[in-house]
Design a protein around this ligand. Sequence first.
Ligand SMILES: Cc1cc2nc3c(=O)[nH]c(=O)nc-3n(C[C@H](O)[C@H](O)[C@H](O)COP(=O)(O)OP(=O)(O)OC[C@H]3O[C@@H](n4cnc5c(N)ncnc54)[C@H](O)[C@@H]3O)c2cc1C
Length: 434
Amino acid sequence: MAWDFETEPDFQEKLDWIRSFVETEVEPLDLAFAGEHCLYDKTHPVHDAALRPLQEKVKAQDLWACHLGEDLGGKGYGQVKLALMNEILGRSAWAPSAFGCQAPDSGNAEILAHYGTDAQKERYLEPLLEGRISSCYSMTEPQGGADPRVFTCRATRDGDAWVIEGEKWFSSNLRFASFAIVMAVTNPDVPIYQGASMFLVPTDTPGIEILRHTGIGWEAPGDGGHPHVRYAGVRVPAENLLGGEGQAFVIAQTRLGGGRLHHAMRTVGAVRRCLDMMCERAVSRTTATGPLSKLQGVQEAIADTWVQLLQFRLQVLHASWTVDKVGGHAARAEIAGVKVATPRVYQDAVLRTMHLHGALGVSNELPLPGMLLAAVVMGIADGPTEVHKSTIARQVMKGVEPAEGLWPSEHLPERTAAARERFAHLLDHEVGNS
Ligand SMILES: Cc1cc2nc3c(=O)[nH]c(=O)nc-3n(C[C@H](O)[C@H](O)[C@H](O)COP(=O)(O)OP(=O)(O)OC[C@H]3O[C@@H](n4cnc5c(N)ncnc54)[C@H](O)[C@@H]3O)c2cc1C
């Protein structure tokens, strides 16, 4: 009997250590440096003074960069253990950096480990894994992100170099990154899925022009972390091609599948945080008739959140287990499933938590407004929900045959007639007795 919802005692000890470490050592960084860019800016003094010592403690526990398999220089824990870890890290913006699994660096490290040459790994992957530099993934364009067929950023071969020309948008973290992985069309005569390639572009290369420091809601105008950038004749040596020519989408899938799942894992932690806040509020706040916890509407909100959290957590763990068993490509329906569930579960939990906290809930004295926007972001970043629903539907309908005749195979008159014919002798007998 293989169904098992228990965690091995050894790993549970690690999880207990992670929980207490994140709460006591890492979360204070979230509070002290909220709203500053120093999370991504590795030159900021907080990295050497405060983050580096935490990273050393994580390494001493053998918990560094656990998202990578052993063959790629990680710990090879697999996705299920990672899910259990990430739901704790999901409580803190700084925790992934403390554990060496910060997006977009984690996904970029993954594709460098898979597709990089030895020289590329030495120059880009090693310092990235060490947490000494940060990186950017530059794919979305201002005219469209969900459908790559509208991409126009081009790279053309010129002698022993590639020259990149075009614009990108929401290239998160570009301003502090040492290099960007840029997707560009290299062969416009074939569908983009075969005609685009990935390039490693050091950010000090001439021709990279940040047009606007776009940010999300809580970032100050003109000072955001998701810029609109122009690559104006950016010239990189031929050896900066990552993987083969035309392989951009094969590479992108390696990266995005894991990233989507990791966001969902961390969202489990964020939803748990909402539930904890709701429960505390319900037993703390009183009306004339007693604590909020005695009110049926409040109980319903807490119960609904608990049920959704449990369902979502099991879904994420199941998707993680499936990836461990069959790999990310074969588990694409499961990954798309958690990607679709993530924003809905997160948003429902945040809205209920806000509501239960009254004015305080929507104020700038609780983390909830930021969490609400983060929930909406989950439905857009790494592809909008609708696109992932299409992926699920295609997978679910794979191999399904049309009904043979006019009626669906569940049509009751035909099924009942067949069943009655099968049991005619008993039916006749019953009729005979009556
Ligand atoms: C916080 C954040 C960080 C990001 N970081 C990065 C990054 O580091 N690098 C990067 O390259 N990109 C990044 N992105 C961009 C992200 O991948 C895109 O926003 C996403 O792919 C959607 O593209 P779009 O914004 O152009 O929306 P559009 O493509 O314009 O889509 C807008 C809406 O149209 C509808 N729609 C579009 N296509 C379909 C369809 N096929 N079926 C049904 N409905 C559809 C959906 O409702 C969708 O939400 C980030 C985005 C956010 C919000």
